[in-house]
Design a protein around this ligand. Sequence first.
Ligand code: KG4
Ligand code: ZN
Length: 359
Amino acid sequence: MIILGIETSCDETALCLLETQDGTGDFKYRILGNVIHSQIELHKEYGGVFPLLAKREHIKNLPILFEQIKKESRIKDEDIRAIAVTEGPGLEPALWTGIVFAEDFGKKQNIPVYPVNHMEGHIVSTLVEDSKPHKDFRPLKPLLFPALAVLISGGHTEIVSTSSLGSYKVLGRTRDDAIGEAYDKTARMLGISYPGGPEISRLAQQARDESLPEDITLPRPMIHSKDFDFSFSGLKTSILYMLKEMGEISEDDKKKISREFENAVTEVLISKTKRALGENEYHSVTIGGGVSANLYIQKAFGKLCQTFAIPLYLPAVGLYGDNAMMIALTGAIKIAKDLVKTKSPSGIKARGNLLLESE
Ligand code: KG4
Ligand code: ZN
């Protein structure tokens, strides 16, 4: 069966055509096409994602990308048997564009449209080896349950206990800024354009490589709190005051601030994850979302998992951030396992604040 995945929850317009092997018992898939159009350049001047601009761009780009992916993968409209579309969480005006596109095509072809939770997609994105099209049918990586999923992106920071695919309990989440948002805001204060995560990380690594003096200290917010919640907005305020006091800053200062910032957020993430792993038995850890592309954070999680002697699952390269492969795959797995939600008679609705537990 060929399924079309659609993702428009934020500033990436993404489509994926995925084929699953039916009737063989084990779930196997192959990627026929996977395209992403990023709007980052357009949103740069706003220093973040501007929802109505995102909506306009999704509406413009969806039909273009759809034609492109069908051409590249030599698939015709009638070959597509189902659609999986992100219903939330995300920016509602942006989510609606994908939902309307999905429902229009679903009606035209008389095929079902399934709503997918974007955060579940980030968990599922750790189950594949590659984000590029391939000819052979492949099995999923065998995720060991119960798994602890750490979701870190520009919009979310959550620790999720996962007893099986589709069965989630959010242990903690950020009370204010998401970790990626904290990277982006720190970057902005240092004069680095949106999205600043990768650049802050590069500067931080330079500070480590050059062994610059460790004379800058930032707080580790909520590191000792007894829950699994996070708060990153205080870091932004601390950096703001620090910059006011410092006046003009040098390139080395930028590197040192970046390093201390990255150390602070990583320590908090690791400390909370470690406590969750200590309180209950988990057989694996997954990390997903844009910030999981961060090598320093990946290494820290790798070390943590080693001490607990459990595997760490990372998204395939190209699937760290938002993409439609994870949406198509989540839809396909749920159809195969008979876990799909039935669509309400009034159709799918954009659910900006959708939680994982509300599945
Ligand atoms: O998952 P994503 O593409 O979009 C959502 O927010 O859903 O994540 C984007 C976020 C941005 O805040 C960006 O700065 C951050 O991920 N990011 C990184 C890195 N690459 C992307 N943050 C830290 N280090 C990175 N290497
Ligand atoms: Zn995301």
